[in-house]
Design a protein. Structure first.
Length: 327
């Protein structure tokens, strides 16, 4: 591996934002050289043409991989990681963008000074694509350096705060590659519906996590990402699949997540409740049994309401009335 930073950008149908993302990396001022590895996932809009123009303009910096068919975000992302030539890897999504020209410089200086640190993360803020306004994220309270194993449960449950945002991070390539080759299924299982949790968990498992309070990222909201969708059934599926990954990691590393599973069951139940689909209610019951979740008052009340047609309809009417009043 070269003394180089590899910045990964995966993109699909992001013609309105991909220039902004690439430019935010090109503006970086760092004493360590960097390359940009772009994975263009067979977009149907003008994204590929934009990426090709950048690759032609910056041939010594940008390495563009244009997929012949749509791989999906997980395979596209990990294929790009395996192409990285640098000692360190950073990540910038095709609809997000960095705001600090010294981001990489600050992070790599931490890495060089602390060989026990496997990943550096920073603070970040929301960026509304409609209003162009920024909103602070929930404040992350971390020590400058934390033993990674102290963060394992927080990383896989994300209950109380956002422990990390991968697009703010810089992490060690050799640690990723070893984790990937030791357990490739962890990274390639499409049922997990995640790519960032596996990376962060692997870094925390094998070293310390450093934190810088500087805001370095604008995280896009109001666009087309999974985190911005409003389809309750899709949100149900996403929560269901991400819980599978959490449970598998918890079981393998003997992490107690009973409190998380109780919270996640209520989340699933509420998505099912709002869809008014009996099949999703039945799936929620199946999850409760499979996860062996003790019934608390909230879950018992919610599942009881959904178990009776009249109560369910009444509950939806009451919820709609409350939402209308708030508006």
């Amino acid at each position: 591996m070269e003394n180089l930073i590899s910045v990964v950008i995966v993109t699909y149908n992001q013609e309105d934002t991909i220039r902004r993302s690439i430019d935010s990396v090109l503006m970086q001022e760092c004493h360590v050289p960097f390359e940009i590895v772009i994975g263009e996932d067979c977009s149907t809009d003008g994204t590929r043409a934009i990426c090709e123009a950048y690759a032609q303009k910056y041939p010594d910096i940008i390495r563009l991989f244009c997929n012949e068919h749509n791989k999906g975000i997980n395979d596209n992302y990990f294929d790009c990681l395996l192409q990285c030539r640098g000692r360190y890897i950073a990540d910038c999504a095709g609809d997000d963008f960095w705001t600090d020209p010294k981001k990489l410089e600050k992070e790599v200086c931490v890495m060089e000074a602390h060989p026990e640190v496997t990943m550096v993360i920073t603070n970040w803020q929301f960026y509304d694509e409609t209003t162009h306004q920024t909103t602070p994220s929930r404040q992350i309270h971390h020590a400058p350096i934390t033993p990674g194993r102290q963060l394992l449960k927080a990383i896989i449950t994300q209950q109380h705060m956002s422990v990390f945002h991968l697009c703010t991070s810089l992490y060690r390539t050799d640690v990723f590659r070893k984790a990937y080759h030791d357990d490739t299924h962890l990274f390639r299982n499409k049922d997990y519906c995640s790519e960032d949790m596996q990376v962060a968990f692997s870094m925390a498992l094998h070293g310390d996590i450093a934190y810088l309070p500087d805001v370095t990222l604008n995280y896009s909201i109001g666009g087309k990402g999974v985190s911005n969708i409003h389809d309750e059934e899709k949100l149900f599926r996403f929560a269901q699949k991400s819980t599978l990954l959490t449970r598998d990691l918890a079981a393998k590393h003997q992490i107690d997540i009973r409190d998380f599973l109780s919270h996640r069951l209520f989340e699933l139940g509420m998505h099912a409740f709002r869809t008014h689909q009996h099949t999703l209610y039945e799936e929620t019951l199946a999850c409760a049994k499979e996860w062996n979740v003790p019934r608390n008052l909230k879950n018992t009340l919610l599942l009881t309401v959904m178990g009776h047609k009249t109560l369910w309809k009444t509950g939806l009417w009451v919820r709609q009335a409350v939402v209308s009043l708030k508006r």
